[in-house]
Write a protein that binds this ligand. Structure first.
Ligand code: AMP
Ligand code: TRP
Length: 352
């Protein structure tokens, strides 16, 4: 039996609908247009073809200091934005990581299989630790990728849609799954990275050399999904372009304009060429105005629906509880097999 499709007593992904898992950290009060295009739009499409699990990585979020009240609020707000953006809790399993204790438990076992040097090679850890000062970085930040491996392996996920920056973590996950399987017997599905296309990368409106990111220097460089329409329009109208005034797609020479054209094509569901054709000869102002209308048309219903969902936190929590139950059922099964394989004495009953 090949390792990629181990047949054990664990529930196996449905061949027709491969198991898929992805998540984000709930570390801001609003998602931005980059998150929407780079993650949520593909997730929404993938939930139609996959048995999808999407979660909020609150255990990961606390690897850097968080204000407790803010973390709690951001978790609800981010979940509301997932749903408002079209992730359907009736189709996908939508849950909060800390609601499934098996994540922390599997991470512990995987910690014991990971080499210190192997973990020390993770470039995202090095970057994040450098930002805080190596000495101040938590051990949690160091083991972050191992917790992430656990997230994926618990659900026997086949496909893991992530951005290019996460490739190394998925490689580590594959290594750990293969190592566990060869040491203890086939247990985990070895996942494949499902790297989302670079064309879905959105850049900062004020600094088009950098990707749109919540840690941006200027608040006007990114569009929050929860921005008022007027604010969104203003940000697009003020986006940095270039002085030559010619509408054509050139990522190198005209990165600001290229970003606007990309946004237009993705949100307008058309090709970049057709956008260039339509606006060639016109000024940037005309293009920006039309783009602002499309962005608002996309974002405004998400904002309205998010605020509506947040008016009824009890209903949101009910959805999360029901989904956590589905997630727990899958995760507990994998964890029980893992505990058995590594040689833990069976508990008479789980104390939950
Ligand atoms: P982050 O906000 O960096 O935690 O990223 C959460 C998700 O959004 C990941 O799947 C990223 O790949 C995606 N993402 C973040 N920023 C961008 C961006 N500027 N363009 C495209 N996707 C992005
Ligand atoms: N590290 C991912 C990010 O920063 C978030 C994440 C945590 C994740 N666990 C995961 C993504 C499991 C995919 C699968 O974007």
């Amino acid at each position: 039996m090949p390792l990629d499709s181990p047949l054990t007593d664990i529930e196996r992904p449905d061949i027709e609908r491969p198991r898929l898992l992805s998540g984000m950290q709930p570390s801001a009060d609003s998602l931005h247009l980059g998150n929407y295009i780079g993650a949520l739009l593909s997730w929404k499409a993938l939930q139609e073809t996959h048995d999808a699990f999407f979660f909020l990585a609150d255990l990961h979020a606390i690897t850097v200091p968080q204000d407790p009240a803010e973390l709690r609020a951001n978790t609800r707000r981010t979940m509301a934005q997932y749903i408002a953006a079209g992730i359907d809790p009736a189709k996908s399993t939508l849950f909060v990581q800390s609601h499934v204790p098996a994540h922390a438990e599997l991470a512990w076992v995987l910690n014991t299989l990971t080499g210190f040097g192997e973990a020390a090679r993770m470039t995202q850890f090095k970057d994040k630790a450098a930002k805080q000062g190596q000495e101040a970085a938590s051990v949690g930040l160091f083991t972050y990728p191992i917790l992430q491996a656990g997230d994926i392996l618990l659900y026997q996920a086949v496909d893991v849609p992530v951005g290019e920056d996460q490739r190394q973590h998925i490689e580590l996950t594959r290594d750990l799954a293969t190592r566990f399987n060869s040491r203890f017997g086939d247990t985990f599905t070895v996942p494949k990275p499902y790297i989302l296309k670079d064309t879905a990368k959105i850049f900062d409106l004020q600094n088009p050399g950098a990707k749109m990111s919540k840690s941006a220097e200027s608040p006007t460089g990114l569009i929050w999904l929860l921005d008022e329409p007027k604010v969104t329009e203003k940000k697009i109208m003020r986006a940095v372009t270039d002085a030559d005034g010619e509408v054509r797609f050139d990522r190198e020479a005209k990165p600001g304009l290229a970003n606007l054209l990309t946004l237009f094509a993705i949100l307008g569901n058309r090709s970049i060429e057709s956008v260039v054709e339509e606006f060639a000869g016109g000024g940037y102002g005309t293009l920006k105005k039309a783009l602002a209308a499309i962005v608002v048309e996309t974002v405004e219903p998400i904002r309205t629906r998010t605020l509506e969902l947040l008016e009824d936190p009890a209903e949101l929590d009910r959805i999360l509880a029901a989904n956590a139950e589905k997630a727990n059922a899958v995760a507990e099964q994998t964890l029980a097999t893992v505990y058995d394989r590594v040689g833990f004495l069976p508990p008479l009953r789980r104390h939950r």
